[in-house]
Design a protein around this ligand. Structure first.
Ligand SMILES: [Zn+2]
Length: 123
C-alpha cells in the first residue's frame, strides 16, 4: 500500500496523541498538519489502514469507535469519567483465560479502567 501524505499524517497524529483517537479527533488533529485534509479522505484512509492492520479500531461503551497504532502487547485502557478521553496504560496485561459458554466464540477482550485523568484532576 502506498503511504500517502495523508496516511502518514494520521500515523503521526496517533503517535503524538499517545492515546486512542476518534475519527473526529484524527480529522481535527490531522488538519493542524495538513490544513486541506478532507473528511472523506480521512474516512477512506482509516478504512484502508485498518484493513492493513496499520491502525486498530477499539470500542468503548457509549463512545464513538477509536483508533490506535498496533501495540507490542496487550495493554489496558483508561477512560476519564469527566472528559471521556481514553488513554493507554503502558503495562503488559494478560486477560484471564475463560471457557466460552456454549454457542459463543470469543475472539478478543479488553481491560478498561476508569477514573479522572491528570488534566481533569488539575481543574
Ligand atoms: Zn479527563
Amino acid at each position: 500500500m502506498q503511504l500517502t501524505q495523508q496516511r502518514q499524517a494520521i500515523i503521526d497524529v496517533l503517535k503524538e496523541a499517545g492515546r486512542p483517537l476518534t475519527r473526529d479527533e484524527i480529522l481535527s488533529f490531522g488538519r493542524m498538519k495538513l490544513p486541506k485534509l478532507g473528511s472523506a479522505t480521512v474516512d477512506r484512509a482509516i478504512r484502508e489502514m485498518r484493513d492493513h492492520f496499520q491502525i486498530i479500531g477499539v470500542e468503548f461503551p457509549g463512545q464513538a469507535r477509536r483508533y490506535e497504532l498496533p501495540a507490542e502487547h496487550e495493554h489496558p485502557h483508561f477512560v476519564c469519567r469527566l472528559c471521556d478521553k481514553v488513554f493507554d496504560i503502558p503495562i503488559k496485561t494478560q486477560l484471564p483465560e475463560i471457557k466460552a459458554p456454549k454457542g459463543f466464540l470469543i475472539t478478543g477482550g479488553e481491560v478498561i479502567y476508569s477514573g479522572t485523568c491528570p488534566e481533569c484532576l488539575k481543574r
